[in-house]
Write a protein that binds this ligand. Structure first.
Ligand code: GCV
Length: 663
């Protein structure tokens, strides 16, 4: 598509397939998609593709088999092998063949060299989903995309589905399938007036989008308002136990399935930041979720839809003077008592940390605490609190830490296998998809980690660099290593020059970009740091604080309980300590703040140098865009450094041990 960055599917990635002879066996819409992909590659590079099974020889066989393993993989698994000069991919379902095809694309020439024993590949998590916080109509405060940093919405503009952009949506679906994503929610979880109607009289627009995503194995989901029976149906209540309300949802849902037979289900933000929910009727969140779950299974055969019920429920109107209420506790306190009460097709969608996508948070204590509930973990690819796609901040290492976190020796992955992994999308109608071209890596990494949560994120990064920057073209080993270094450390660099030691939320209120140490300190949002002349941090211990640390199972409850055992990077999340408190690193808290803030800026300066050295290896438009963003990153990092250092110097009166300039 002209003018749009090819991201991790550049032309060159298809040359190894496009120059060869391919046989495709099987039928169905996704097999047609694979055929279309191979045929296009052959037109470009001179190979050929056959579907009739005529005698070979063939270099590549992509085959839909009737005897594939039935391991409950939803037809998404595939096998890959190479022998006798032939590469073979088999799958028992169309999605598996598509993923097998993209596996060959990823391998490039290596897929056609040597021999490889038959290997079975299947996604660890059945649901790998992106939530778009896209508004249909421009919201007066949040704009077209809430927390969107990549231009307008891919799906919506001027209050309607962007018919002219459906080609672009197809290109998007292709990118998503190539990294394993299989579900997309097409509108914001904050459901305003125009967006509410997507469920009823505007479902045709959603169906058009679903029609474009479907050939790439992606199911479409919709965010709905809990008040829909009142807002759209003219009922006097939205009480989930009211018969009329239940009937309204059942009928409405049956019409959704008439329009979109493979509809994925509903996403719901209820009783959260002003959105309506079951509390208004004295009902529980399980009552609310189960009502929608019932509507999504109402047909005789069951529609196969799921309700994704978000656990982001907390008091956003709290009194900052009240030291007993702790927002971090809220999701656990609300939902753990409901364990075992949710329907089979209800998934509780939990943010990965207890607060709100800060650069550093502990893993949510809900993960592991609800064994009888299907949980999905929600990550934020859109960089609301991590530089808003003006800063390089590759989140792979942070997400990998979440996915590798163990409770009582048990990894959350087993739990997520039943619920899934979700990310808030970072994509818009920007020509580079994500505003900052390097932010594409977050999207790619999310998809690959959702497929294989224990994958080495560094390996995924290398794969993304190789594909995106064209190992098939001119990008050599040295530039690849330079780029890897820039990105691999970027999350920690960002952490260094922003809010220290897990304290969080020192951002400008509202838009959340740039520093404002006290911006939220006297607000109702429950996001405080409690800095005074002696110290800083939130006491969440059981002994003297809010008791949040006690929501964890062993060993974490004990580890987090005491400043002596709490990891440095989370110290101020769990404890209020003096500026002179000695960290495990041997430094005082205040000296750590000064040092990391100076280091963070130096690391951005070093990043700029490395990027400048790549000028001849990177497409000029992409190079210029990143350069422009890096300039802003440096300006902003200096601002963070100077505000944080000055604030804490003025509070504490403790000078920097190295005598550097603090204002
Ligand atoms: C979609 C944070 C963001 C909101 C977002 C909310 C959520 O509060 O700032 O923009 O709303 O999280 O996850 O629902």
């Amino acid at each position: 598509m002209q003018g749009v960055d090819a991201a991790w599917l550049p032309d060159g990635a298809f040359r190894p397939i496009g120059t060869r002879r391919t046989l495709i066996r099987g039928s169905g819409p996704l097999v047609d998609t694979v055929h279309g992909e191979v045929a296009q590659a052959c037109v470009r590079f001179g190979g050929n593709v056959s579907r009739d099974g005529s005698p070979g020889p063939y270099d590549l066989v992509l085959e839909l088999t009737g005897d594939g393993r039935d391991s409950g993989d939803g037809g998404e698994a595939f096998t890959f092998e190479r022998g006798d000069g032939r590469t073979t991919v088999t799958a028992s379902g169309g999605p598996g063949l598509l993923y097998g095809f993209f596996h060959v694309v990823r391998l490039g020439d290596a897929a056609f060299r040597g021999t490889c024993e038959r290997a079975y590949h299947r996604p660890e998590l059945a649901l790998r989903m992106l939530d778009h916080w896209d508004n249909v109509a421009v919201h007066p405060v949040m704009g077209q995309v809430e927390r969107g940093y990549a231009g307008g919405s891919l799906f919506w503009a001027d209050g309607r589905a962007r018919a002219e952009l459906l080609g672009r949506v197809r290109a998007y679906a292709r990118l998503l399938a190539a990294c394993g994503i299989n579900a997309v929610a097409v509108n914001n979880v904050n459901v305003h007036e125009a967006e509410a109607r997507l469920l009823t009289d505007r479902i045709g627009e959603v169906a058009d989008i679903a029609g474009v995503l479907r050939p790439y194995g992606i199911r479409t989901h919709l965010s709905v308002t809990f008040a829909a029976p009142m807002v759209l149906g003219g009922l006097s209540t939205a009480d989930p136990l009211d018969e009329g309300v239940r009937e309204w949802w059942a009928e409405t849902t049956s019409r959704v399935y008439e329009a979109i037979p493979d509809f994925g289900g509903y996403v719901v933000k209820a009783d959260s930041e002003g959105q309506p929910g079951p509390f208004a009727y004295g009902r529980s969140h399980a009552d609310g979720a189960n009502m929608l779950a019932a509507a999504l299974t109402a047909s005789d055969s069951g529609y196969g839809g799921t309700v994704h019920w978000r656990a982001f429920v907390y008091d956003h109107r709290q009194d900052w003077r009240d030291r007993t209420t702790d927002r971090a506790r809220a999701a656990y306190d609300h939902f753990v008592p409901l364990d075992g009460k949710f329907a089979d097709n209800a998934v509780l969608q939990v943010k990965h940390g207890p607060m709100d996508f800060q650069v550093r948070e502990p893993v949510s204590p809900l993960i592991g605490a609800m064994p009888r509930t299907r949980l999905a973990v929600e990550l934020q690819a859109t960089q609301e609190y991590t530089g808003q796609q003006r800063h390089v901040c590759w989140l792979g290492p942070m997400w990998s830490e979440v996915l590798r976190f163990r409770v009582d020796g048990v990894s959350p992955v087993g739990e997520l296998a039943r619920g899934g992994l979700v990310a808030v999308s970072n994509v818009g109608d920007d020509p580079f998809w994500t505003g900052h071209p390097l932010a594409q890596a977050n999207l790619y990494t999310f998809g690959r980690l959702a497929w294989q949560p224990d994958a080495d994120p560094g390996g995924i990064l290398d794969e993304w660099i190789r594909l995106t920057f064209g190992v098939f073209e001119a990008f050599g080993a040295e530039p690849a290593a330079g780029l890897h270094a820039i990105m691999d450390g970027s999350w920690r660099t960002y952490e260094k020059y922003t809010a220290p030691l897990g304290v969080g939320f020192m951002v400008q209120p509202g838009h959340h970009y740039g520093p404002s140490v006290d911006g939220y300190e006297y607000s109702p949002w429950g996001t405080y740091h409690f800095a005074d002349r002696d110290g800083v941090g939130v006491d969440r211990s059981c002994t003297t604080g809010t008791g949040y640390a006690g929501q964890y199972a062993k060993p974490w409850a004990e580890v987090y309980e005491s400043p002596g055992t709490c990891p440095d990077e989370l110290l101020l999340f769990f404890h209020h300590v003096s500026y002179g408190h000695i960290l495990h690193s041997g430094k005082t808290v205040i000296q750590h703040m000064y040092d990391t803030h100076f280091e963070g800026v130096e690391e951005v300066e070093a990043t700029m140098e490395v990027w400048a050295s790549l000028a001849d290896s990177v497409d000029p438009a992409r190079h210029a865009r990143v350069t422009e963003r890096l300039e802003e990153q440096l300006r902003s990092a200096r601002e963070w450094r100077d505000q944080i250092n000055s604030y804490f110097f003025r509070k504490s009166g403790v000078p920097d041990a190295h005598g550097r300039r603090i204002h």
